[in-house]
Design a protein around this ligand. Structure first.
Ligand SMILES: [Zn+2]
Length: 176
């Protein structure tokens, strides 16, 4: 399988910031672990970025479409004005049956992570990377960077980041 991994934000766009942590940094770290897992599993991986650089939404989509990826994974962290909000959710393009099926497998694996609340799979028609990609696509909101416990347990440490990456990889490889 040809798998495009899209670490959200980067460069002049840090994404959401919680504590000392930038979403762009967490998304890249999880994405690099995810790449390693998928390459180990025998898949070809395209990264839309591998360093802390800014890339437009259009370029992210063009890279994946031109490379003819079989699926597209955009990696993000969630944020809310209430620090109480926590957990993971998966966003898909409305009406994409294969996208929903892929998300279902990833969701099933992420649900096994202790302490990571399941907020479900949500259709979102307004997100550029879901609209602009021509293959099944899932945007993973791994946990809330605005929630101190989510940061501590899932986003700050190598252990937490790798555990999320492994779960996403497991879900993808079950779908394939
Ligand atoms: Zn984001």
């Amino acid at each position: 399988m040809r798998i495009a991994i899209d670490p959200g934000h980067g460069g002049k766009d840090p994404g959401a910031v919680g504590g000392q942590l930038r979403e762009s940094e967490v998304a890249l770290a999880i994405s690099l672990f995810l790449r390693d897992e998928l390459v180990d599993g025998g898949h070809s991986v395209l990264m839309t970025r591998e360093t802390d650089v800014f890339i437009t939404i259009g370029d992210r989509c063009r890279l994946a479409n031109t490379w003819k990826a079989d699926l597209f994974l955009s990696i993000h962290c969630n944020a809310a004005s209430s620090p109480q909000a926590h957990g993971m959710e998966l966003l898909i393009f409305p009406g994409s049956a294969r996208g929903r099926d892929l998300a279902g497998h990833i969701w099933g694996a992420l649900r096994d992570i202790p302490g990571l609340r399941d907020r479900g799979i949500k259709p979102r028609g307004d997100l550029g990377v879901l609209r602009g990609t021509s293959m099944p696509a899932v945007l993973v909101e791994a946990a809330f960077i605005s929630n101190p416990e989510n940061r501590r347990d899932h986003l700050e440490t190598t252990h937490g980041r790798r555990r999320i990456a492994k779960a996403i990889a497991q879900g993808v490889m079950e779908w394939v």
